[in-house]
Design a protein around this ligand. Structure first.
Ligand SMILES: [Zn+2]
Length: 417
């Protein structure tokens, strides 16, 4: 009755009496609340170690679009979330036969991932512009302060679209003119399959550089894998060289190119130097303009979307299989044209461009290379760049590290080839 009233067991009473007997009537023992058999820190260390071991199994890739954007490493595009990694972790943990006491929860896994690694997931090209999004969320006062910048951004966005449309019309009107957008597709991984063991394997990277001709809707895909070349400005120059070579034989004399603003691939001295060389060599006029940052979606994106759709649920073991997927992605004419690049196709336009006589111009305002919106190389003039979409030339100085690490200031974008 006594035990039932207090809802305690006989063992509790026995323990109390034993303790009273042992301590002459006064019970004064250490407080053991919150203490577990296994020390918490030790458990955490082991669990953490296993999670780290698992995360380190995933192969890493560089940024998908712009190699020089940041030092951040990216997980290959097959892994899309921490939740997906955790699902693989559970499978992996069981297969290793580790003590279940060391298994962590999704939340703990996420914390270890966030605080111990500087990793990001593949981010598809944004539909939303960072600047516009920031502006939308500003207070009325902040909007007034950023009005000029916003107006300029919207003006550039509109102007670029109009100029691209005008370039397209010019290409439709004349067989001597071609207008094209170019861009890299996201890295195509080889091997791809849905089996968990493939997630941990370092993949061979396959690159697809697409030049999309706006008037004829022809997509030229230049493809190679990472054992042949990288995916920087030299590779962009050489793919465009292939493109120009081919279209020159078709009688084209004016090339209008459009791209995004990626400094490592599209907006740099190497590519501009190449344009100067190509203009002189093939006796053609080349203009390269840039779409406004945040609004760089273009017709070439649909090519990449269709290729990725065609690959879905197919296992790709070799680069050649990727090339075949690209070739067969579009069934209607014109189908995608694939050019498999070999090592000898890549000429060293980097050394060439740095050896050019980039003329200094000390009398003009200095500006960052990111401001450049147009680069032009014609048969009549030297290579020139300007920071506005307007036709008036603005002279801007070049300020960038040279290959030997010395920063040369006041180098202008005008180069003689
Ligand atoms: Zn915007």
């Amino acid at each position: 009755m006594f035990l039932n009233t207090f809802s305690i067991s006989a063992q509790t009473i026995r323990t109390v009496f034993e303790k009273i007997a042992m301590s002459n009537g006064i019970i004064l023992s250490p407080d053991k609340r919150g203490q577990h058999f296994r020390p918490v820190n030790e458990l955490r260390e082991n669990s953490k170690m296993f999670v780290k071991e698992h995360i380190e199994l995933f192969p890493l890739v560089e940024s998908h679009y712009c190699r020089k954007d940041s030092n951040k490493k990216y997980l290959s595009n097959e892994i899309k979330s921490v939740g997906e990694m955790f699902r693989l972790y559970e499978e992996w943990f069981e297969s290793r036969g580790y003590d279940l006491i060391n298994k962590v929860t999704l939340r703990q896994y996420r914390d270890i991932f966030n605080f111990n690694f500087n990793l990001s997931f593949y981010v598809p090209k944004k539909d939303q512009c960072d600047f516009c999004l920031k502006y939308e969320n500003m207070t009325p006062e902040e909007k007034i302060a950023s009005k000029f910048e916003n107006d300029q951004h919207l003006f550039n966005k509109q102007k670029a679209r109009e100029l691209k449309e005008a370039d397209k019309t010019a290409a439709q009107a004349s067989s001597a003119t071609v207008t094209a957008c170019f861009d890299f597709e996201k890295i195509l991984s080889t091997t791809t399959a849905n089996a968990s063991c493939f997630y941990y394997k370092r993949k061979l990277e396959v690159y697809n550089f697409t030049v999309y001709e706006l008037a004829s809707h022809e997509a030229n895909c230049y493809v190679w894998d990472e054992t042949i070349a990288k995916k920087g400005c030299v590779e962009v120059s050489n793919c465009l060289l292939k493109f120009i070579e081919e279209y020159v034989t078709k009688g084209v004399r004016n090339f209008h190119f459009w791209s995004d603003n990626c400094g490592g691939q599209n907006k740099n001295k190497v590519l501009f130097g190449f344009f100067g060389w190509a203009s002189k060599n093939f006796k053609v006029n080349i203009t390269h303009r840039f779409l406004e940052k945040g609004h760089t979606q273009n017709e070439g994106d649909s090519v990449h979307a269709l290729i990725e759709k065609s690959q879905k649920n197919k296992i790709v073991y070799t680069p050649i299989q990727w090339y075949s997927i690209i070739r067969n992605a579009k069934t209607k004419e014109p189908v995608y044209k694939v050019t498999e690049m070999i090592q000898d196709d890549f000429k060293d336009f980097k050394t060439f461009s740095y050896s050019l006589n980039w003329i200094k111009n000390t009398g003009v305002e200095s500006a960052k290379s990111s401001c450049i919106q147009k680069c032009s190389a014609t048969t009549k003039t030297i290579l020139r760049c300007c920071a506005q979409h307007q036709e008036e030339w603005s002279n801007y100085k070049w300020s960038k590290s040279t290959p030997n690490g010395v920063t040369q200031k006041n180098m202008q974008y005008n180069a003689r080839t």
